[in-house]
Design a protein around this ligand. Structure first.
Ligand SMILES: Cc1ncc(COP(=O)(O)O)c(C=O)c1O
Length: 564
């Protein structure tokens, strides 16, 4: 029987870094083994392992007990890892096009893992030392990129795009109700956004105590940007009825179609209504740019010289996207998701305010905090962040990765994604008669909306598309075709056969009378995507469409059986 010393010896040697770091090789070995084991899966599929996810016996998750004894056989334990990964998306496969899922950069993963050894909590500069300088530097850099004066702005890392919106709305609430950190908030408070805005806006309202009823959604344009006329009229109506607006949140790249608002105009609306109603507070304007921020990297790109040789069409898209996103200099705050268009792993987001005094509004009362902050002069973001513990390793990893990729890295990654999305668009156009119609050719982003029509339709796809803009019953029918085709496409046997993992949007856009047009959605971000893979992806999709029309979907729109 082992005694305490023997067990401790094992833990000290193989599980934790020694004070003199002499056993660091053990961590490197474990890391190598993890990567080796994970990459034993060599299928050419966008889904890890068996699409059908057969349950394996040899699976540590098949137990729901914590073992009594220390498991010394790390290799054996790790060997079961692939079983746990069955059915998960493979970000590194070019045909994983279902959502905004980038391949994460190596450097982030390595720095995050290594720096985590220190366990420096980002709650205080006392614990994090110089690591948190990365947060200050990143905030500075991204503020400048957004056109803010970096001497007045500030930013913090947080737990996702959802949190960036939450921060903005909270600041807005506190601007209206100065005692909102202490007392119940006014029932008349609301946030104004738009129809295609991400649902996390409503989540934030619900969690902040406003309730989703007080997230007011205004109309949008076909390109998913906010209908500014509707915005102004709605704000006037709200204020006339006694509501108080904590925040106007505009689109800085909608989840689908990358719709971007003109924040100069939104700011002018804010100024007009402030004067009209003689408001005694300033409505906070937030730009939900968690996707669109990446286009700021094109600011210094010489579009005339075009050194990266993007095609004419892509240059034109990039210029438009850049012009639109540059207007965020008029917003009071904006968000960045590095785990989306920043090619970093979950979760890594930044929330940036134009005026650093806005963070003062979030400052907790000194007396409610445990004695965590001994050094009053240290950078102590924990005095106003929502989180207490924060990983400073992730902060440093994000900043180091941004340093590695640089603006040109992002230009290359995003530019290539746009070029490949264009190549897919061109290939799909050749197959339009099969009922495959791309309905967002003018999108700024690398996502495609594919409205699909049954081959048995009497009208051409273009005619069908025009007809459904004004014909509710026809739209409904085609919506159901799209839904069924999509359900079949994502069924396990279809994924296995045609090797594509895509998604569907419930509203590629809205018809003039407000009906949603559903469509398949293809999002390109993978750095390995290229022209020939783009063609292969379309070939697979075309074969699947033919298969569906011939063998699954009936003339009379009765849906035949398929096995999921
Ligand atoms: C525009 C937009 N805002 C906010 C979010 C929420 O971000 P997260 O999932 O990181 O919380 C998303 C997520 O897709 C998004 O697309």
């Amino acid at each position: 029987m082992e005694n305490l010393e023997e067990k401790l010896d094992f833990l000290r040697r193989y599980c934790f870094l020694a004070p003199d770091t002499s056993n660091s090789e053990e961590l490197v070995k474990i890391f190598s083994e993890v990567i080796r084991v994970i990459t034993t899966e060599k299928s050419n599929r966008p889904i890890y392992g068996s699409v059908k996810r057969e349950k394996c016996k040899d699976h540590f998750l098949t137990t729901n007990e914590i073992p009594e004894e220390i498991n010394k056989n790390i290799i054996q334990l790790l060997s079961t890892l692939p079983n746990s990964l069955q059915g998960a998306v493979k970000s590194y496969h070019p045909f994983l096009v279902k959502n905004i899922i980038p391949s994460p950069a190596f450097l982030y993963i390595a720095v995050q893992a290594g720096v985590s050894l220190l366990m420096a909590n980002g709650v205080t500069g006392e614990d994090s030392g110089e690591i948190l300088q990365a947060e200050l530097d990143a905030a500075n850099a991204f503020s400048k990129l957004a056109g803010y004066d970096e001497k007045n702005s500030a930013g913090i890392f947080t737990f996702g795009g959802t949190a960036t919106n939450l921060y903005a709305f909270k600041i807005g609430i506190n601007k209206v109700c100065r005692d909102a950190m202490i007392d119940v908030i006014d029932k008349n408070l609301c946030v104004v956004g738009s129809w295609p805005a991400h649902y996390s806006h409503q989540t934030a309202c619900a969690w902040l105590g406003l309730g989703i009823k007080n997230y007011i959604r205004v109309k949008s344009q076909p390109n998913q940007s906010t209908d500014l006329d509707s915005l102004e009229k709605t704000c006037i109506k709200l204020l006339s009825s006694g509501k108080r607006i904590a925040c106007i949140v505009g689109a800085g790249g909608t989840t689908s179609n990358l719709g971007i608002d003109d924040f100069e105009k939104i700011s002018a609306i804010r100024d007009r209504i402030t004067e009209k109603f003689n408001l005694d507070y300033k409505i906070h304007i937030h730009a939900d740019t968690v996707l669109g921020w990446v286009y700021l990297n094109f600011k210094k790109y010489d579009f005339e010289e075009n050194p990266l040789q993007f095609s004419k069409n892509i240059v034109s898209k990039l210029k438009k996207a850049l012009k639109a996103i540059s207007s965020i200099s008029y917003a009071d705050s904006f968000g960045i998701d590095f785990h989306k268009t920043g090619y970093m792993p979950y979760i890594s987001s930044m929330f940036i305010v134009k005026n650093k005094k806005d963070f003062e509004l979030l400052r907790r009362e000194e007396k409610i905090m445990t004695p965590l902050f001994h050094d009053a002069n240290a950078y102590n973001p924990g005095k106003f962040t929502l989180e207490t513990s924060r990983s400073s390793a992730s902060i440093l990893a994000a900043w180091v990765t941004a340093q590695q990729l640089g603006m040109n890295g992002y230009r290359v990654l995003i530019g290539n994604s746009l070029e490949c999305a264009e190549a897919i668009r061109v290939e799909l156009a050749k197959n339009i008669d099969l009922g495959l119609l791309v309905v967002n050719s003018d999108s700024f982003g690398p996502d495609l909306f594919l409205r699909c029509y049954s081959i048995s339709n009497k009208l051409s796809p273009q005619e069908s598309y025009l007809k459904e803009l004004n014909n509710e019953a026809f739209t409904k029918n085609n919506n159901s075709y799209n839904k069924e085709f999509f359900n079949w496409l994502i069924s396990k046997s279809t994924v296995e056969k045609y090797n594509i993992v895509l998604s569907k949007t419930s509203a590629a856009h809205y018809t003039p009378d407000g009906r949603p047009i559903e469509a398949l959605r293809i999002y390109i971000l993978n750095p390995f995507m290229n022209n020939s893979l783009a063609k292969e992806l379309v070939r697979n999709l075309v074969s699947a469409k033919k298969d569906f029309d011939s063998n699954v979907w009936c003339e009379n729109n009765e849906y035949l059986q398929y096995t999921a």
